[in-house]
Structures are given as C-alpha cells and as structure tokens.
Ligand binder design. Structure first.
Ligand SMILES: Cc1cc2nc3c(=O)[nH]c(=O)nc-3n(C[C@H](O)[C@H](O)[C@H](O)COP(=O)(O)OP(=O)(O)OC[C@H]3O[C@@H](n4cnc5c(N)ncnc54)[C@H](O)[C@@H]3O)c2cc1C
Length: 337
C-alpha cells in the first residue's frame, strides 16, 4: 500500500481538474483493502478512483481517495469455442480489449478506446457501437465494506441496465470491485449492428473481422471524441433521456428530425446530444468550460476550468434544454462533491 498526503489529482481525472485530496491510498492487493478498513479508515467519507474518466471532481476533497490498483489477467477456463478470463480491477480497459483481439478472443472489439479500468466497466455497464460489457460478463469479485467480506456477484445480481448497475444505486460507495470475469468467443463473428461501423468497413472494402472492427472503432472514435491527453473531458456528460411516447409525439410535432429509439417498455430513448445542439449550445463556452464544438454531448475543459466551472456549465445546459423541450437531462458522469 502506498499513501500520499495532500495529493494533486489533476493527472488522475480525465477532465484535468486541478483538485487535491487529503490522503490518496494506492491499494495494491486484497490485503491492502482489508488493511485500509482495519487500520486507516477514520470512518469518514472516501472516494473510489479508477481511471478517473467518469468523474467530475467539483472541489478539493477533504477526505480519503482510494485507488484499487490490482493488476493481472488469469485464465479460468478454455475450450474450443470460448475462453474465460478473470481480469484484475486496475487493468486498463482498452489494453485489455487489445490483448483479447491480439489473442483471437472476441466480443469486446466494439468497445476499443473507452478510457478507464476493467474494474469500473461494470459500474455503468460501458457500451459503444452496439455492444455492452454485460454481453460477455460472467461475474465479479469485490470487498463489501459493510459486511467486511469479499463477495462474488453474478450477472443477475449486478442488475445491469443502460449505463447502469447495482453499483450505481444500492451498492454505490459500499463495494470495491477487485476483479471481473468475462467469457469471450474464439469465433471471429463481429457485431456490425451499428450502421456507421458496417458502412466504414463496406466503403473501404475491408473484411468483416474483429481485428478490422477494432481498428475501425479506434479510427472513428479518434476523429469524433476528444483524446483525454489533449482535451479534458469525461466523454458523454449526460445520459440519453428515456421519455414517454406522448412526450416524444409532442416534441417531434415541432421538430420533425427528432429520432426515437423504442424501448421494450413502450418508452423512447432520444439523443441528449441532439437536444443540446437544437438548444443552440454546441460550442457554447464560458472561460475554459465548454460544450464541445464537435460533439454537443461532451463538456470539455480547455485548460484551467475548475470542477465548479464545469458543473455550472452542466446546470446551464440542463436548464436550457428543460426550458426548450421540457426534458430534464441527467449526468452520466459521477459528480464528486
Ligand atoms: C473521451 C471519453 C470517452 C468515453 N466513451 C465512453 C463510451 O463510449 N461508453 C461508455 O460507456 N463510457 C465512456 N466513457 C466513460 C468512461 O470511460 C467509463 O465510464 C469508464 O468505465 C470509467 O472508468 P474509470 O476507471 O475511469 O472510472 P472512474 O471515473 O475512476 O470511476 C467511475 C465510478 O466508479 C467508482 N469506482 C472506481 N473504482 C471502483 C472500484 N474498484 N469499485 C467500485 N467502484 C469504483 C468511482 O467512485 C466512480 O463513482 C468515456 C469517457 C471519456 C473521457
């Protein structure tokens, strides 16, 4: 275990917010986690930190920050068609996807280049280009802070949903994920349900292989999304709202280009980026806090915005969109007070 005092968190969050914390603990094993709660935790709040790519740190943190830094990939089971791997929480997600593709283990190629760690991927059930991590998920292991036991959660127990899981609700801040087990396929049969991806391969006359999908996703994302090393952001700041059919009809009677994605329960998902753009906020900037000019769903830090500056921009976006459409946007990122 490493402990750092009065530590600057700027390089530990992709927004690049220059906040500091009282104590930063690097927890490098399951024993370190037990040790922290037995000998170092003073009963106050703490923040769990992975890659810091889905967080907005509003202010300095006057409590502990815990970074579970456990590494490794263990082979659990293998047969002719599948392989089951236990991946430790601190592994970088994109590097894990790359490892899978290089070893001909398929299923996650559409999720290339998503920032963050493997241990946090189940928390908001990361997804992109027609695939969500739950599709290859088997189980996860972690430390239950209340029972003080290590526990295993099955897929059903994780209650995965759209950018959601039990770790964003009942177990938020109560469970430290230490490893995740995934089952991957050996058949090279990529998911091309996302039209942009299919078109990308067709237009370039590329074979429909997982490796080509992996490369295509990297290329598409690199052109569309800001790289955290160049421009601070947390990716999509807001969730795509799910509205009733009546609300959809009301908005689309005025805005005929509104697209809806029907959900199983009769509701409709609409694009938060579309709402923000139609509200005239794409590229809107105050100081260094802005709505990204290439993608309205992303809030960015052009350099010296504070967490509070970004949050004020988020509140302005929420209010403007609500006043125009009567739809209340919700942050997808975790706002740290
Ligand atoms: C440019 C960019 C593009 C993105 N694109 C996508 C995308 O396409 N799809 C998508 O789904 N997401 C996307 N994201 C969001 C982000 O990458 C994912 O949500 C990612 O899984 C967050 O991982 P992290 O390790 O950075 O988590 P962090 O931001 O460090 O933490 C996220 C939450 O998990 C908690 N936490 C951290 N570690 C643990 C642990 N071990 N156990 C329990 N709780 C923990 C934290 O307290 C926090 O509440 C993008 C982000 C950026 C910056």
């Amino acid at each position: 275990m490493q402990i750092h005092y009065n530590h600057i968190l700027k390089k530990y969050n992709t927004f690049g917010i220059d906040a500091k914390c009282n104590r930063l603990f690097f927890l490098e094993s399951e024993e370190d986690i037990v040790d922290y709660f037995r000998n170092h935790c003073n009963g106050s709040l703490f923040l769990l930190l992975g890659g810091g790519s889905n967080l907005l740190i509003k202010n300095d943190i006057d409590y502990d920050v815990l970074k579970p830094d456990l590494f490794g990939i263990n082979l659990i089971e293998e047969d002719k068609e599948t392989v089951t791997l236990e991946v430790m929480a601190g592994q970088n997600w994109h590097k894990f996807v790359e490892y899978c593709v290089m070893n001909n283990y398929y299923g996650f190629e559409n999720l290339a280049l998503i920032p963050g760690n493997v241990g946090t991927a189940p928390i908001q059930n990361i997804g992109a280009y027609g695939v969500e991590q739950e599709q290859n998920f088997v189980s996860l292991r972690g430390y239950n802070i209340e029972s003080k036991q290590f526990e295993t959660y099955s897929k059903e127990q994780c209650e995965f949903g759209y950018r959601n899981s039990i770790f964003k609700s009942k177990l938020k801040g109560k469970f430290i994920i230490t490893s995740v087990t995934y089952k991957l396929n050996k058949n090279d049969n990529p998911n091309l349900s996302y039209t942009e991806l299919e078109n990308y391969l067709t237009q370039r006359k590329l074979e429909k292989t997982a490796k080509n999908v992996f490369d295509a996703v990297i290329d598409i994302r690199s052109n569309k999304l800001p790289s955290p090393s160049q421009l601070g952001s947390s990716g999509s700041f807001f969730k795509n709202p799910i509205i009733t059919q009546t609300e959809f009809d009301r908005i689309s009677s005025e805005f005929t280009d509104l697209r809806g994605f029907p959900q199983n329960d009769g509701s409709t998902k609409i694009s938060a980026g579309w709402l923000i753009e139609k509200a005239g906020l794409k590229g809107y900037r105050i100081g260094d806090a802005a709505v990204y000019d290439k993608h309205a769903l992303i809030l960015v830090n052009y350099g010296n915005a504070t967490g509070d500056d970004i949050w004020q921009m988020a509140e302005y976006v929420i209010k403007t969109v609500f006043d125009k459409f009567g739809v209340r946007l919700e942050p997808e990122v975790n706002v740290v007070e």
